[in-house]
Design a protein around this ligand. Structure first.
Ligand SMILES: Nc1ncnc2c1ncn2[C@@H]1O[C@H](COP(=O)(O)OP(=O)(O)OP(=O)(O)O)[C@@H](O)[C@H]1O
Ligand SMILES: [Mg+2]
Length: 268
């Protein structure tokens, strides 16, 4: 009753405005949260390989995460453990110790089959050695993950063609992958990774065989994917890529660091 007595239309209007702006603020913070959602993380995870009596530690216990909406650059010298780290995040290998989480799922104990499903659904992986299937054309290679997802041939063909156009390979779709140059194969591998529209794009040296113009095309495309909300990680030696990074993680001697390599080496 009191409320009615003292309420006037102006106050009521102000209240609605206030409520609306609170809803907007809330939605905005939800958007910011969504933009930075952790989609993959390693917690004290590492990898050892046994060769006879010796144990090679490819990656010591490491903790890091990948967040949606960010392009993370992973930089380090040859043999430092970059591919190993990316392979853990991409569910390509199991950790020897520690935990790997993808989208809230702990993947350590999952079967090979379940791991393959996660890779197919959530992850686009560009391998350092491309891993294209030699007897197939560029188009067929890019169609492959879609076919594995059960998408019809017609739709897969259209999507694969569009992905190849994106990386400037529209005119070489019918070529067998073996007949393509290293840089062209690399671009086909990138198209194959992005064709499924995965939550995470993990790229191992995606620009190593590319000229400066193609580096620009590929990195802009990866940056756009990050801006649209994907988590993108790029392993590289190439310091030309740093302007594209939202975050840089350094790997040296099998250890992760947030300090530049030069500083790490100077400390040692
Ligand atoms: N399957 C394996 N068996 C044995 N050792 C391995 C295996 N894979 C990687 N290693 C070793 O682990 C270390 C890290 O390898 P990794 O491939 O992660 O390095 P990298 O930083 O990606 O190097 P590059 O820049 O040359 O690609 C290296 O010493 C490598 O020889
Ligand atoms: Mg490597």
């Amino acid at each position: 009753m009191l409320c009615y007595k003292y309420a006037n239309p102006y106050d009521h209007h102000q209240q609605i405005k206030l409520i609306n702006s609170l809803i907007l603020l809330n939605n905005e913070s939800k958007l910011i949260q969504a933009a930075n959602k952790i989609v993959a993380k390693v917690t004290d995870a590492g990898k050892e390989y046994k060769a006879g009596d010796t144990v090679i530690t490819a990656l010591q216990a490491s903790s890091m995460d990948l967040r949606s909406g960010e392009l993370t650059l992973i930089i380090g010298p040859s043999g430092s453990g970059k591919t190993t780290l990316l392979s853990l995040l991409g569910c390509v290998i199991y950790p020897s110790f520690g935990e790997v989480w993808i989208d809230g799922i702990k993947v350590n104990e999952l079967s090979e089959k379940n791991l393959a499903q996660i890779r197919l659904k959530k992850i686009g992986f560009v391998f350092q050695k491309f891993n294209l299937i030699a007897p197939l054309t560029a188009l067929e290679n890019v169609m492959m993950p879609l076919i594995l997802q059960g998408i019809s041939d017609k739709e897969a063909k259209a999507k694969a063609a569009a992905a190849l156009e994106k990386v400037g390979m529209g005119d070489r779709m019918k070529n067998l992958s073996n007949d393509l140059s290293g840089g062209q194969q690399q671009r086909v591998a990138i198209a194959r990774a992005l064709v499924t529209d995965p939550e995470m794009m993990l790229c191992d040296e995606p620009t190593a065989s590319l000229d400066i113009k193609s580096v620009g095309i590929v990195m802009k495309e990866l940056k756009t994917l990050a801006t649209q909300g994907k988590a993108v990680a790029v392993v590289t030696h190439d310091t030309r890529l740093t302007p594209f990074a939202d975050r840089i993680i350094y790997v040296i001697d099998g250890r992760i660091s947030d300090k530049p390599i030069e500083e790490e080496i100077a400390i040692k």
